[in-house]
Design a protein around this ligand. Structure first.
Ligand SMILES: NC(=O)c1ccc[n+]([C@@H]2O[C@H](COP(=O)([O-])OP(=O)(O)OC[C@H]3O[C@@H](n4cnc5c(N)ncnc54)[C@H](O)[C@@H]3O)[C@@H](O)[C@H]2O)c1
Length: 440
């Protein structure tokens, strides 16, 4: 008999509120939000209204919430990257199981601390590697495991960040400075690295990486560009113009959000500028005064806008991965090559093409059921985690847990170490044994 799982949410941002707490509205029989923490009053009030959280269980900080006796079965850790482990360790010690957003932490020492605490207290920790739950990557995994393409020998993959997404999150937004949140390989690409580990099913032995910040810096600004977009004389020719991205764009602008009467959880990225007021006036006010109206050439960002990572896994399996800001459309593409065939796919299309060498290709459409949030991954992860707890299955059947997630974080850290050391080849076991992560 399934029981409803109670949840405390630390951090009511885009993830904590719009995905995790919101799941109560998607599946009210599975989960009930009973406590929340966020410094922003409006977000706490919205949680009371939307999920029926009592006022005494609304806290200004996760720290305060975690000082109370255990309030729920699960704590969702959806605060910022560098807060996860502090909050997660406290929550585990109180007795909570965790959904911890990725990255666990940009620090390997901190990742290991959370892992050890979870083991010590026998708590289930799911890390927000939602791509494992997408029908797209699940199908690729299924085809590989069925032996259709023989042994996997090479993987080539690309993360198409998109010019406007880079500008939004990694130039103007939260993840613009690696020392404040995380380097790009943790902030964005730990998903990709995690997928390689999962699909190949082997350990990564060595990595090397190159990458840099090419465009978003003052010396690359067009002549005459001003520090904010609204009054910039060269805005008409600039694709990064904030007014285009947040107001007029048919893909990302507020006008389309209003026209389609979308709610906050379906209004990313404009909901980040003004979570409680999805009006054109509010967006213009943010563009005049807030960080998202800044010229992309005059921000205080330092994270890379392009990076490549080469990986050697056990049995000489190789992976070549590239992230780039400079794509017109978003998505992830992958080409898995095996001894008897190959698999090609684009996450944005939700189509997987499987070809046995010498035979006709089969195109598989994987879009079925709930395809919201990360190509269907977000809600499936939450459902799986809640089911594991309510049926007391433990974590054996979970696709993502702390142990497997630490592996992708190690690859990210070793690759970042390589990038900083001019692309030097880094042996991951040595990197770990010699605690080179402490030098970063
Ligand atoms: N799994 C994924 O695909 C995915 C996607 C996007 C973001 N993320 C990760 O999820 C995390 C949250 O990202 P987001 O986009 O929701 O960010 P966000 O900034 O929208 O949300 C963070 C929230 O934490 C709150 N907060 C800050 N300090 C707090 C404290 N001490 N106690 C409680 N709340 C506090 C902030 O007010 C904010 O509302 C990040 O680590 C991010 O990297 C994961």
């Amino acid at each position: 008999m399934k029981r409803k799982i109670t949840v405390a949410v630390a951090g009511l941002g885009n993830r904590g509120n719009d995905i995790y707490a919101h799941y109560q509205l998607v599946a009210p029989d599975e989960m009930q939000v009973v406590a929340v923490a966020d410094p922003i009053k409006g977000k706490r009030e919205a949680a009371q209204r939307l999920y029926g959280v009592s006022s005494e269980n609304c806290f200004e900080t996760a720290e305060e919430m975690l000082e109370q006796p255990q309030l729920a079965d699960v704590c969702v850790i959806a605060t910022q990257d560098k807060q996860h482990v502090e909050h997660g360790v406290k929550a585990i010690q109180k007795g909570y199981h965790l959904i911890c957003e990725k990255p666990i932490s940009p620090s390997i020492e901190e990742c290991l601390r959370l892992q050890n605490t979870a083991h010590e207290h026998h708590r289930v920790v799911a890390v927000g590697h939602v791509l494992r739950y997408t029908p797209f990557y699940s199908k690729i995994k299924e085809v590989i495991e069925a032996g259709v393409i023989g042994n996997v020998v090479t993987v080539q993959a690309m993360e198409h960040v998109t010019y406007w997404h880079q500008a939004h999150s990694y130039v103007r937004g939260n993840w613009r400075r690696s020392e404040e949140t995380s380097p790009m390989l943790f902030a964005k690409c730990c998903h990709d690295l995690d997928i390689f580990v999962w699909l190949i099913g082997k350990k990564c032995k060595r990595v090397s990486s190159y990458g840099d910040l090419y465009l978003f810096k003052p010396e690359m600004a067009p002549e005459g560009a001003s520090v904010r977009c609204l009054d910039c004389p060269v805005k008409d020719t600039c694709p990064y113009d904030a007014e285009k991205i947040y107001v007029t764009s048919e893909l990302t602008g507020i006008r389309k959000v209003i026209r389609e009467n979308r709610t906050q959880n379906a209004a990313w990225p404009v909901c980040i500028l003004s979570p409680n007021d999805l009006s054109e006036e509010a967006i213009y006010r943010e563009l005049r005064e807030g960080p998202y109206g800044r010229c992309v050439y005059h921000c205080d960002n330092n994270v890379v806008d392009h990076q490549v990572v080469n990986m050697e896994f056990e049995d000489h399996v190789t992976v070549n991965f590239m992230m780039t800001a400079f794509t017109s459309k978003g998505g992830r593409t992958i080409h898995v090559c095996g001894t008897k065939g190959d698999i090609v796919g684009n996450l944005s299309d939700n189509k997987v093409t499987v070809t046995r060498h010498g035979e006709a290709s089969e195109v598989i459409d994987v879009a079925h059921g709930d395809m919201s949030g990360h190509a269907g991954g977000d809600n499936r992860l939450i459902h799986d985690f809640l089911s594991a707890l309510s049926e007391e299955e433990g974590e054996e059947n979970l696709k993502t847990n702390i142990d497997v997630s630490v592996q992708s974080h190690l690859i990210a850290a070793a690759a970042e170490y390589s990038r900083i050391h001019q692309g030097a080849s880094v042996d991951i076991q040595n990197y770990l044994d010699e605690e080179k992560y402490k030098d970063m």
